[in-house]
Design a protein around this ligand. Structure first.
Ligand code: NAP
Length: 303
């Protein structure tokens, strides 16, 4: 039986592994693909991680992994099918058999919902973004579009409108879903244009985003909008399916756990984008990983 099994090898999982290993825990990291690495590997440039300005996302993810390798962290490539709470031991059922540990840290991250339109996949990281606070600075003085009508879309639009020349908010209905205060804040910004009842049909550009094709659902007319970036904010899907029956989650599926990353199930911890919290960034994922490993270590020592 391991002391600790960490599920996920993004920044949260790797940070947990480093802290756990240095605390002398016998631990194993499970990843669904070799070098899964999390969202950071697909990030074009990370410019908001302390001490690493302008960092290539792939290089950053690789550095995180090398750090864990250097400490001798054991990785296993396998898909986790279930986690069973058997009190003082947790059973982790995988494609390649069952494993046991005193404690488990779930660090399976989250994925941003996609629009599913032509050009989105190809231009991801080249003007197509899912995170305004991560990538907004690259579009200073330029025109951008934000898609969605929820809180994230409205917050992103407010954030971008402070530095971008123009922000188009594109929403598929004629009524916004997000909070009234955010709507009011946005409506007071002169460089924001609301395009209600519009959908994005295609994202265009050769090497980078140059424009988007949008359609007015009321008139069925399509038109071209010249933008350098498009921020997709049509929902987030946390990877919490494995624990939804075990512990409390909020309405969005995020696991409820405090700064110590402990869930209501003794021995089950969560770290990174799966946890309910106000800011989901690499830096907060890494912090969660450290906190979760320290909490898991304290839990193991008490047993
Ligand atoms: P959300 O509230 O589910 O909103 C998603 C938006 O995307 C909706 O307006 C939806 O349109 C639209 N949408 C969904 N699929 C689409 C598609 N295929 N094409 C075009 N539009 C599409 O998600 P979220 O904004 O990411 O927020 C997630 C959760 O975090 C929410 O519960 C939110 O309240 C919370 N949150 C809270 C705060 C805060 O309290 N400060 C900040 C951020 C997030 P419809 O409206 O037509 O369904």
């Amino acid at each position: 039986m391991y002391d600790l099994i960490i599920i996920g090898s993004g920044p949260a999982g790797l940070s947990a592994a480093i802290y756990g290993k240095r605390a002398g825990l016998d631990l194993l990291v499970l990843e669904k693909d070799s070098m899964s690495g999390g969202q950071v590997l697909n990030t074009y440039e990370v410019d908001n991680y302390l001490g690493m300005p302008g960092m290539d996302g792939f290089d950053m993810g690789t550095k995180f992994r090398e750090h864990a390798d250097r400490l001798g962290v054991e990785f296993r490539e396998t898909a986790v099918k279930a986690i069973q709470d058997e009190g003082s031991r947790k059973k982790v059922c995988t494609d390649s058999g069952d494993l046991e540990a005193k404690a488990v840290i779930l660090a399976t991250g989250a994925v941003h919902a996609r629009l599913g339109v032509a050009g989105e996949e190809r231009l991801m990281g080249k003007g197509v973004s899912y995170c305004a606070t991560c990538d907004g600075a690259f579009f200073r003085g330029k025109a951008v579009a934000v898609v969605g009508g929820g809180d994230v879309a409205l917050e992103d639009a407010v954030y971008l409108a402070r530095t971008c020349e123009k922000v188009y908010l594109i929403h598929r209905r004629d009524e916004l879903r997000g909070q009234y205060v955010l709507q009011q804040a946005l409506k007071s910004m002169p460089n924001v244009e609301f395009l209600y009842s519009h959908v994005v049909e295609e994202i265009q550009g050769e090497e980078a985003v140059e424009g988007i094709c949008i359609r007015n659902l009321k008139t069925d007319q399509s038109s071209l909008l010249s933008v350098a970036g498009i921020f997709v904010a049509v929902g987030i899907r946390p990877g919490t399916e494995l624990v939804r029956e075990l512990t409390a989650c909020d309405e969005g599926g995020y696991v409820i756990a405090g700064e110590d990353c402990a869930t209501e199930v003794p021995g089950l911890f969560v770290a990174g984008d799966v946890r309910k919290k106000p800011l989901r960034q690499i830096v907060t994922a890494v912090a969660d990983g450290a906190n979760a490993a320290v909490s898991a270590g304290a839990y193991c020592r008490k047993m």
